[in-house]
Design a protein around this ligand. Structure first.
Ligand code: NDP
Ligand code: PMR
Length: 394
């Protein structure tokens, strides 16, 4: 059954970013702190042209409830198709994960993307069966868009079994901050606050799903963890006392940086990843028992070829993949990283909640340890309370 939703393209976020200026050098000196977490396998340690309206195709037949269908003539009970929402599925890790899940034939993927045509072309180029996905417009740089996305997804009348908060922006060369439609500094606004609202809104949908393992996954990273070598490459993540976030991150009454400091695009990204990992744990503490939802985060490996580095200087983009492949050996292909995230979505052995997953050099998953800041429960609570005010939930 095909369901056409009215257009939900919302005005893009306001952007005041200045192009073309390079602030930091490509490779920086490293200060390595004591007590590094041996996270990377790297060092041998443990380490077609589409209509302008948003076409929403409801694959209701494919995802009919209940989750376990009655025994077939052969006597085997079969699990219905799961439905996974993946934000930022138009490239990189999100696309690779969508492809990996779709190829199993067991998942329908709702691709939450800001550029419908790009997402559509990307899915086609990846060879995804047109019945295996639905693209729904989502611009995380606008809280209105997030709310509209939730409404549109509900109109599909599919169960929501897994939500993956994957989209991100990284602005390492920006000299001036840019802002979301709600006037939050862009990196934290998109990577954390947009996802925070999305995850909070969709929690009730996850809770009402009858799928055996319902999951909310927020993609984290090694670079937000200062107990690793990568996390000690300056500028280091540090949320401080969250005074900038409490002030609204708008650069008017407060700093645009969470800790109240001067704007630094690379740090803002790393701070946002700390927020992602803290948010996952706070969700776990508040809602795991009550809802049965598994909350997880992960570091999928260094996927040095993705669009994440699109704003970095050309020399960085040239040298970063070989540096990660041959020097740190932390490199993973988009395909491999997609399989890793797909495991966190669907593997029956990864149901533990509150975990930050990583993979060793044999590509085996393990529960990794977060840095002191990224596992600070008091900070997570404070972050939660400030964030819910900023996104209008409190
Ligand atoms: P990509 O740039 O390839 O993918 C990012 C995705 O986010 C794109 O689909 C992009 O959309 C989307 N996006 C950006 N801004 C918005 C927005 N305002 N609204 C909706 N979608 C948006 O990067 P990666 O695949 O590398 O990154 C995916 C995740 O992996 C991120 O969370 C990142 O932090 C994490 N990660 C990446 C690592 C790496 O080495 N690459 C390492 C560790 C973690 P569009 O296509 O329209 O630009
Ligand atoms: Mg890093 C084991 C070493 C390791 C790993 C796994 C990464 C991952 N990086 C490592 C080491 C180093 N890096 C070292 C020694 C340096 C100094 C030469 C270095 C530098 C560096 C830069 C300049 N690395 C970077 C950058 C970026 O701009 C990337 C970034 O921080 O984006 C936020 C990055 C990354 N290194 C990684 C990973 C996974 C990234 C991409 C980031 C992410 O999404 O978190």
């Amino acid at each position: 059954m095909a369901l056409q939703a009215a257009t939900s393209f919302l005005p893009s976020a306001l952007s005041a970013r200045k192009e073309g200026s390079v602030k930091d050098s490509a490779f920086l000196g490293v200060r390595v702190a004591d007590g590094l977490n041996l996270e990377t396998s790297a060092l041998g340690l443990r380490t077609k042209r589409v209509s302008t309206s948003v076409a929403i195709r409801a694959q209701t037949a494919a995802v009919s409830s209940p989750s376990v269908t009655p025994a077939s003539p052969s006597g085997k009970k079969t699990l219905r198709k799961g439905t996974a929402i993946i934000t930022g599925a138009s490239s990189g890790l999100g696309l690779a994960t969508a492809k990996a899940l779709a190829e199993t034939g067991k998942w329908h993927v709702i691709m939450g993307c800001r550029d419908f045509l790009k997402a559509s072309r990307a899915a086609k180029a990846a060879g995804m069966d047109k019945d295996s996905f639905t693209i729904v417009h989502l611009d995380l740089a606008s809280l209105d868009s997030v709310r509209q996305f939730v409404k549109n997804v509900r109109q599909l009348e599919m169960p929501i079994d897994v939500v993956v908060c994957n989209a991100a922006v990284y602005q390492p060369t920006a000299k001036e901050p840019s802002y979301t439609a709600d006037c939050f500094e862009m990196s934290v606004g998109v990577n954390h606050l947009g996802h925070f609202l999305l995850a909070r809104e969709l929690l009730s949908d996850l809770q009402s799903s009858d799928y055996p393992s319902k999951r909310l996954i927020i993609v984290g990273s090694i670079t937000g963890n200062t107990n690793t070598l990568a996390g000690n490459v300056p500028p280091k993540a540090n949320l401080g006392d969250l005074r900038g976030l409490a002030g609204g991150l708008n650069g008017i009454g407060s700093s645009v940086m969470i800790d109240g400091g001067e704007f630094d695009g690379a740090k803002a990204y790393k701070d946002s990843k700390v927020c992602n990992m803290l948010t996952m744990q706070e969700f776990h503490r508040r809602y795991h028992e009550e809802t049965g939802v598994t909350f997880a985060s992960l570091y999928p490996g260094c996927i040095a070829t993705t669009g994440l580095f699109r704003e970095h200087i050309p020399l960085f983009r040239l040298l970063f993949p070989p540096f990660q492949k041959y020097i740190t050996k932390g490199y993973v292909s988009e395909e491999e990283a997609g399989k890793r995230l797909a495991q966190v979505v669907s593997d029956p052995s990864l149901t533990k909640s509150g975990v930050y997953w990583s993979w060793n050099k044999n590509s085996a998953s393990f529960e990794n340890q977060l840095s002191e800041e990224a596992s600070d429960a008091d900070k997570a609570k404070k972050l939660w309370e400030i964030s819910e005010k900023l996104v209008g939930l409190a």
